[in-house]
Every structure is written in structure tokens, then in C-alpha cells.
Design a protein around this ligand. Sequence first.
Ligand code: GTP
Ligand code: MG
Length: 389
Amino acid sequence: MEAPCDRFENKELLKEIKEAMNKSHEEGAAKIMELLDQQKNTPLNIAITGESGSGKSTFVNVFRGITDEDESAAPTGPVETTKEVTPYHHPKYPNVKLWDLPGIGTTTFPADKYLEHVGFEKFDFFIIISDTRFRENDVKLAREIQRMKKTFYFVRSKIDNDIRSEQKKREFSAEDTLTTIRNSCTEGLQNEDIESPQVFLVSAFEPHLYDFSNLGETLEKQLPAHKRHTLLLAMPVINLEIVNKKKEVFQGNIKYHAALSVLLSSSAVLDKLITEYQAGFGLDCESLQKLADRTGLPLTDLKAVMKSPLTDNERVKALFTDILSLSARAASGAVDGEELNFFSALGILGTTALSCWSTYNSINRLLDMFADDAQRVFTKMLDHVTAMP
Ligand SMILES: Nc1nc2c(ncn2[C@@H]2O[C@H](COP(=O)(O)OP(=O)(O)OP(=O)(O)O)[C@@H](O)[C@H]2O)c(=O)[nH]1
Ligand SMILES: [Mg+2]
């Protein structure tokens, strides 16, 4: 599998940076910034469709890590609400949009006209949601999406309801219930000539359970490399694996940030990076508050497990300066040529490369701190929700 950031391992890009570096450090820095910005602004458009009441808008909100009560939430409820094609930005990554589409049955369009109406070309993939077996409209739509050479995934929603009603039976097994639902959905779709349908059983109220993680993993694997990191950063933290993957995405860029911060000798690079890490891991004040609102876990309990200072970038930077001086001392003794190779590949040499190297180490430790916090916050949240009656 390709690494999430392999666009940046592209020799052409390294060459571009090196050429700019040969002109001047400023031009080199500007080139690195341009490429980082390009990467950050990669658009990802996800279409959420399905019949009325199936849970589309709720899914849109969960994916964006917000509650249905949030002022930017897609309206949800037992009466029909999604009537227009509506994009919802991810709160931290405006380049990521979830499009809440009216169910095909809510419109008067046949499947082909429906796809035209919603502007199918812009979507990276479709998620077709149903809270029962998939019906005629879902199948027609899937066929049409396939004809348009686009990808679709089936989400069978509200699995918590199924589990709850089955639990009342004497011979209850969650595993068997899930297998039965999964097989019935898959067979139903296969009978309608949908080849190897990808079906995920999801509860928007319990995204850490059932197939939400599998869905995320599948989307990630099947997206083109340059979109993969965009998805990973925007994904809500629903398991510890996602924390690790987000960390890997961030790690892939550290050398560029280290180079930038040295070339520009500006603390703004670090400021931005801290904000990015907090946003990606959901550790900024706003995301933590939303997590608290969603789970009923007091914000103070979440903050209590964190080691990174929450809002105060000055404190993070002070910490960083300490780490930096430690790394610099270590670097003065023990840097070998190989460790500096990636900076020389960018066209950065000599003592500047040494500075980049220690900054690189320091940012790595900073990232460790945020990733560890994200793990602790997630574990705390999970302990809380699993202890709930
Ligand atoms: N138990 C349970 N209820 C859910 C889940 N997802 C959505 N619901 C509920 O199902 C109802 C409909 O959800 P919406 O998200 O508004 O459905 P929609 O597909 O956007 O509906 P329209 O806008 O009418 O097309 C709401 O009352 C939700 O709270 C879920 O995973 N579990
Ligand atoms: Mg809706």
C-alpha cells in the first residue's frame, strides 16, 4: 500500500523544491508552502443519499463530529427534512464536504436524471443509506452510479435499533444478528445484479461500534493516494487506529515543516502546525466541547487526561523550545549523513540542514504528545460510553 503522503515522496516534487532552493532559501520556502497548501486544499466531496428518514443527515453530522443540535448541523428528525442538495463543510477542513442529498424517492427524477440533478461528477464517491433492506430506488441509483464510473458504498443504518430489539430474544447473539443483516442486505443486492456490493452496518449513535471503522478503512484504501490523507485527517476519531493513521499523515510532512520553520526562521510555522495537530486529532477547545456535548462526559474530565496545553500556544511553544534545545544538543554529537539525506534532497545543506534536523526531531516529539493525548481522550470517552447503562 502506498503511504498517505507519497505525493510528497514524488521525485518530481523534490526536484521542484530543490530547483527553487538553488535560487534562494526564500524561493525554496515559498515552493514548500505552495505544495503544502495544495495538499491541504485537496477537495473531497462525499455524496450521502438514500430514502427519506434513512439517517442521511444524522450520518453527515456524525462524520463531521458534531451533534444534531449544533448550529451548523444538517437538520434531522422523524419528518422528511432533506429536500435540497445541500453541502456541509467539515468544521476543520472546509475542503471536505458532505453532500446531504434528497432521497431519489423524494424527487420526481428517474435515476439518470437524479444524478444529473445532484451534479454527480463532483463526487468522489456515494454512500447509499437505508434503514431496512435496500430497495428498488437504491438499486436503480447504484446501477446508474456504476454506469457513470463512480464508486458507491451501502450503509445499513440504525443498527443499534436492530440489536436492541433482538436482545430481547432468549438466544441473542450480536454477532449472529449482524451476520444475518449483512447477508440479507448483500444477497438482496446481488439478486438485483449488483456485483460484490460493499455493505456496512452502522449506528450513527455508536460510531465506535459495528462497521463504521471498516467503512472508514475501506474508503481510505479505495481512494486515490492524494485524497487519502484528506479523508484521514477529516475522519472522526472512532478508534485508536485512526489516531495512528492521522499521526502517520502528519509525520509524512514533518520534514517540510521543519525546513520551512528554519528557512523562514519564523514561529508562525509552529503556531500553524500546533493548530493543525489539535484540529486533526480533535483536541482543540471546540472539538473537545463537541465531544463532551455528544457523550455527556464533562469537559474537565477530558482535559484532565491531556498533557498538551489546550488553548495556550505560548505554553506549547515553550515546551517545544525545551525539546528543541535537547534535540540540538543531541544532534551536535550524533547526526550522520544518512539522517540528513532528506534535507539534502530538498537542497538544504550544511548547518541549515543540521537545524532542520533538530527541528524535525522536535516536531516529531510534539506530534507524539498530541497523538498520545488523542489516544487518552478517546480511551476516556470510550470508558465513559461503555459504562453507561
Ligand atoms: N436509532 C437510530 N436512529 C437514527 C440513526 N440515524 C438516524 N436516526 C434517526 O432517524 C431519524 C431520521 O434521521 P435523519 O438523519 O433526519 O434522516 P434523513 O435520511 O436525513 O431523512 P430525510 O431528510 O427526511 O430524507 C431521526 O429521528 C434520527 O434521529 C441511528 O444510527 N440509530
Ligand atoms: Mg435529512
